[in-house]
Design a protein around this ligand. Structure first.
Ligand code: 13P
Ligand code: ZN
Ligand code: NA
Length: 271
């Protein structure tokens, strides 16, 4: 199944896919171990900074080979693509799905850029996600207006996207206080549009709220910060405990910590 088809099926059935960012071979391996253990499928996401770090071709090749190696059904997605240029590059490299994020632009400009991405992605039969309303980036304050249902309807109809990232009290990175998602607003948006709805900023959102969001129409759950944090915190403690220089003896424990985290998240999302 293509990611476009899978996401549409999930939206219809009221289910959700976990979409996790990876940064290197080790975090990727942790994700796949978790998906295999729980018999789940998974979206593997890369931000532009991860693509800069890994290289687009090596990143997508590594993700594909590892999915095959582990016998996991999964897809490769560009997270928060900031330009048509990066969207095109990723589609050319074989990504299943791209996000074009022009959410900081005025509505009409966001529509124009997103429409262009949709037009290009058609040739690849790729999934296109865009963002309306603004989801705070890492370390920004979290006081943003939630996405409006009427705007969402206008936006989805004007652009033809398959997936819409919504701002409903969610934010990237950890939260200062436990967030309270605007499920009322989510319901309004869900009633107004047909495409898949995406929850960004899932690190720090309690499991019950993730499940409530899924029950009310979210079908893609984006997770990044907790993965990075889990891997690095474990690595820091391993390095503090010993002066082992054989990285193949050190990394597996950090990979396992990522696996455990993602197994827990998959248990929440796959209900
Ligand atoms: P978190 O870093 O808060 O998990 O958000 C991830 C995300 O939205 C990736 O697009
Ligand atoms: Zn995001
Ligand atoms: Na978050």
């Amino acid at each position: 199944m293509t990611m476009k088809e899978k996401l549409a099926a999930c939206t219809k059935e009221g289910k959700a896919l976990l979409a996790v960012n990876f940064y290197n071979f080790e975090t990727l391996k942790g994700l796949l171990l978790a998906a295999k253990q729980t018999n789940s499928c998974l979206i593997l996401q890369l931000s532009e900074s991860s693509l800069q770090y890994l290289g687009i071709q090596p990143a997508v090749a590594m993700a594909r080979v590892m999915l095959k190696e582990f016998g996991v059904e999964g897809w490769v997605h560009l997270d928060h693509g900031s330009s048509i240029k990066i969207v095109t590059k990723c589609l050319d490299a074989g990504f299943d799905s791209v996000m074009i994020d022009a959410s900081e632009k005025p509505f009409d400009e966001n529509v124009r850029i997103t429409k262009e991405a949709v037009k290009i992605a058609e040739h690849y039969n790729a999934n296109v996600e865009a963002e309306l309303g603004y989801i705070a980036k890492l370390n920004q304050s979290h006081t943003f207006e939630p996405t409006g249902a009427d705007d969402a309807k206008r936006f989805v109809e004007a652009t033809g996207i398959n997936a819409l990232a919504v701002a409903i009290g969610n934010a990237h990175g950890f939260y200062k206080e436990i967030p309270k998602l605007r499920i009322d607003r989510l319901k309004e948006i869900r009633a107004a549009v047909n495409c898949a709805l995406v929850l960004h900023g899932s690190s720090g959102i309690p499991g019950e709220q993730l499940q409530e969001a899924i029950r009310n129409g979210i079908s893609k759950i984006n997770l990044a910060t907790e993965t990075k944090n889990t891997f690095m915190k474990k690595l820091q403690s391993l390095l503090a405990e010993s002066d082992e220089i054989d990285l193949r003896k050190v990394f597996p424990k950090a990979i396992d910590a990522v696996k455990d985290l993602i197994v827990r998240k998959l248990d929440v999302v796959n209900v």
